[in-house]
Ligand binder design. Sequence first.
Ligand code: PEP
Length: 264
Amino acid sequence: MQAWVIGNWKQNPATNHDVNALLNDLLAVTDAQADTTPVTSRFQLMVAPSCIHLAAVSARLKGSTIQCAAQDISQHSASTGAYTGDCSAQQVADAGATWTILGHSERRQYHKESHDTLIKKLTHAFAKNLGVVFCIGETQTQYDDQQTLNVINDQLSVLKDLLTQQPELLLSLSERLIVAYEPVWAIGTGKVPTVEEVSKTHQYIKQTIASFAKTVDNMTVLYGGSVNASNADSFAADAMIDGALVGGASLKAESFLAIANAFS
Ligand code: PEP
């Protein structure tokens, strides 16, 4: 299985100028490597710019080895409509995204995304042929209370219920879905769980998904939360960890590509 290394740019960079500078740095390395060792044969790269930069970034990445994702899509099925501030699955696909992140803890926290909202978003993403990077993870309090696996189980029930509603999705689920385990307390804090803890949780995620999606025996599960160039090696060494979802360290080409190389 190829590792995935995905950069979540969040509400960054602030200007088009800085977006272009980051892309220049990324492409300078990945294009050069593609001549000798195809980057995609070692790991798959994806970046998720903010919605405002999505079309420009995906146009620039066309023909490169880096895929482009949205950070979210509207919960409404209509491609157009009176939903101020939303971008529909159709719009992000038209802007060139082939994937979307869904259920990021910042969306859950600041936009109160619920179980039902996430089922709708997954449905609309798959209907427009977008792959989904589905984020799950426990808060600090839940971690302290040793509730991690219960929280994960609850968050994965979104997928279980989706498959009950649309069993036909099972056929292509492992190609169209990536799960990212991101403990909320590790995001942007510099704190990380031990590799053993992540490994145990990933094993649980894979087993839980296999229990209700019988044909999916090895779901791709990434770790996210303060991954950087110094700690990526230790996560990459564990067989249960299929790559990384990277926030802060994805905003510098050098650290993002160092993380990717750790997973090669
Ligand atoms: C994220 O927000 O998805 C993330 C992993 O952030 P960071 O790497 O900055 O912790």
